[in-house]
Write a protein of this length. Structure first.
Length: 222
């Protein structure tokens, strides 16, 4: 009577055991392996979206874009926030993930404001382009105003120009709209200093015969 008939399986060779163990680890069906990779990939995708988002991003919007549940999107946001804050194995980052205006957005950590200010100050020597001057004028006269409203007035995309004005310290983010999450911009004291005036009330009046765009402005953009 052989061993197999007694219910005793024949011993596997060391080579066969190593091959079986390797297949178990690398198999996409291995318990937990697929879920871990999916979670890491989801966090990377969410992070990529946050780096280019112009307004606070809400979990439902992330869920729709990435075809996951809102809970999964929120879990990825929470994991990224904890990672940036140094709650995991890595160090605390120079930026943070904040909840603002009903969504989430990346911001420079306040501890490093001076470093960023010093860097930005060194880039202020370049002259403003005509497009930047026109955009600055719209913001100065219409503030608080969103990027979309400025773009509607100028009939062109103003994303890069707004970034330039922010880098020069001539405009700043005032607040996020409660309904849309869109950032409202306004001018800074630096602009007043550059113009040699004490307040925005001293800005030149728009010609009385020129349409300043005020008529129907709010109705069209709300």
């Amino acid at each position: 009577m052989n061993d197999t008939s007694l219910g005793v399986l024949p011993e596997s060779s060391p080579r066969e055991e190593a091959r079986d163990e390797s297949e178990a680890v690398s198999s996409p069906d291995a318990p937990g392996a697929g879920a871990a990779l999916a979670a890491d990939d989801l966090r990377c995708r969410v992070e990529a979206i946050l780096t280019v988002a112009e307004t606070p991003v809400e979990p439902p919007a992330l869920a729709a874009a990435l075809q996951v549940s809102a809970d999964e999107a929120q879990a990825a946001l929470d994991a990224l926030r904890a990672d940036y804050d140094g709650e995991g194995p890595g160090p605390r980052r120079g930026f943070e993930l904040r909840r603002v205006g009903g969504g989430w957005r990346l911001y420079v950590r306040r501890d490093y404001d001076l470093a960023v200010t010093a860097f930005v100050s060194g880039r202020r020597r370049a002259r403003l382009s005509q497009a930047a001057l026109e955009t600055l004028a719209v913001i100065a006269y219409k503030q608080p105003v969103t990027r979309g409203q400025v773009a509607a007035i100028r009939a062109v995309n103003v994303d890069s120009v707004v970034h330039t004005l922010l880098a020069h310290g001539l405009i700043t983010e005032l607040f996020a709209d409660e309904e849309t999450g869109a950032i409202n911009y306004g001018t800074t004291d630096l602009l007043l200093t550059k113009l040699g005036i004490d307040s925005l009330d001293q800005l030149p009046k728009i010609g009385p015969l020129l349409d300043d765009g005020a008529q129907g402005f709010d109705d069209e953009l709300r």
